[in-house]
Design a protein around this ligand. Structure first.
Ligand code: CA
Length: 397
């Protein structure tokens, strides 16, 4: 194990607290406050730049302390790190802020930023402390299954910055940006395009006066604590066949959603690809995309369902929701990982010991009640129909 245990970490926090209190001059690597009577021996201009950088960093640091939202903390820390770029490489302040940014990135499962931060710390080659801080981050990445050797992510980045023309929900967009994770990615194994859903809270289920609801939709507040990727569309027949070697669908078409896939089949697809099914909470969170009504927008514009079709259609023909996800309402039902219970688990991680599994979103065959954001259905995991399909998810790491 690499050193830099709890005590050292606490000392760094103490040093940061001094900074927040506005007491501190640049801090020594051991956390002690540098004496006012020993100014750094640098040229005057550089000294001015550094003072300015420290002053700006202090202003930002004041926002950091009360901030509890991990995404926002990461955003503030990233700004502070930018400010401290003007400081000498052995600046304890810069090292601390890099370290805290690395830890905040890991909290959000942002391995890419954790990794680059660790590399930056170690590349400072400034002191044992920086090296240990870098190693500490690397050790945590290791624990999460991320090798400390250079390792490509499971995805390639399609579009790094969130596109406001696609993610029209401003709050969701800000939270996506705050994760610092790439927004739109392509799974290397399957070619499936996936979009980032940010951490956040939402109300799962429907109010008792919602038309078409069932009594298994009791409302509950749910926390999505970790960012995750979800496919922008249902898995297509071409994507399924490439992995599984066969296409079981009744309504053939390369870009049509795969159907006649059981929950058990989906587990095999996931095992072969490293992808997973969304939990029920993740599914509804992604479907709602910040909305609270029965549908995530104009139903006829967004969905293939019984009122406007008699068969499934190629994916992405209707309007996407406010997070850029297509066909969440209708086209084909989508399996979730959870075992079915009358009251949904309401946790980001899939739960439920029941042998029946949860279906979401309704299909081309269903009337309005089933295609609502909170509509739920359950069947046993071995069954298939030509209106049951799948959408996949994956954690950023
Ligand atoms: Ca669907």
């Amino acid at each position: 194990m690499h050193g830099f245990g709890r005590t050292a970490f606490a000392a760094w926090w103490m040093a940061c607290a001094l900074l927040l209190a506005g007491v501190a001059q640049p801090l020594r690597a051991d956390g002690a406050v540098q004496s006012e009577s020993a100014p750094p021996v640098t040229k005057q201009a550089a000294e001015g730049d550094e003072r300015l950088a420290v002053a700006k960093a202090k202003v930002l640091a004041k926002e950091l302390e009360p901030e509890k939202d991990p995404g926002k903390r990461l955003g503030i820390l990233s700004q502070i790190v930018e400010q401290t770029a003007a400081l000498p490489k052995d600046s304890a302040l810069r090292m601390q802020m890099l370290f805290l940014r690395g830890m905040a990135a890991l909290e959000l499962n942002n391995a890419e930023l954790g990794w680059s931060t660790a590399k930056e710390l170690r590349a400072l080659n400034a002191s044992m402390k920086a090296d240990e801080a870098g190693l500490e981050i690397l050790a945590k990445l290791d624990l999460k299954g991320w090798n400390t050797a250079e390792k490509p992510a499971w995805y390639e980045v399609v579009t790094r910055e969130v596109d406001p023309a696609v993610v029209t929900d401003a709050d969701g967009r800000a939270r996506i940006a705050a994760t610092k994770l790439p927004w739109k990615v392509r799974d290397r194994k399957t070619g499936i395009v996936m979009l980032l859903c940010p951490p956040g809270e939402f109300v799962m289920g429907s109010p008792e006066n919602e038309v078409g609801r069932s009594n298994n939709e009791a409302q509950q507040r749910v926390s999505i604590t970790r960012a995750f990727y979800i496919s922008e569309a249902e898995v297509t027949q071409a994507q399924w066949e490439r992995v599984m070697g066969a296409d079981p669908s009744d309504y053939q078409g390369a870009e049509n959603p795969v159907e006649r896939v059981s929950w058990d089949d989906c587990q095999r697809f996931c095992a072969a690809t490293g992808l997973r099914l969304p939990s029920e909470a993740e599914w509804e969170y992604a479907c709602r995309a910040g909305t609270t009504g029965a549908y995530a927008g104009d139903l006829d514009a967004m969905a293939w369902y019984a009122a406007n079709t008699g068969s499934p259609h190629a994916v992405k023909q209707k309007r996407a929701n406010a997070w850029g996800l297509y066909d969440m309402h209708g086209n084909v039902w989508e399996w979730c990982q959870d075992g079915y219970a009358t009251k949904a688990a309401g946790t980001q991680d899939a739960a439920g010991a029941s042998s029946a599994r949860v279906l979401r979103g309704g299909s081309w065959y269903d009337v309005t009640g089933y295609v609502r954001s909170s509509g739920r259905y359950d069947i046993t995991p071995d069954l298939t129909y030509n209106n049951l399909g799948v959408r996949v998810a994956r954690a950023p790491l």
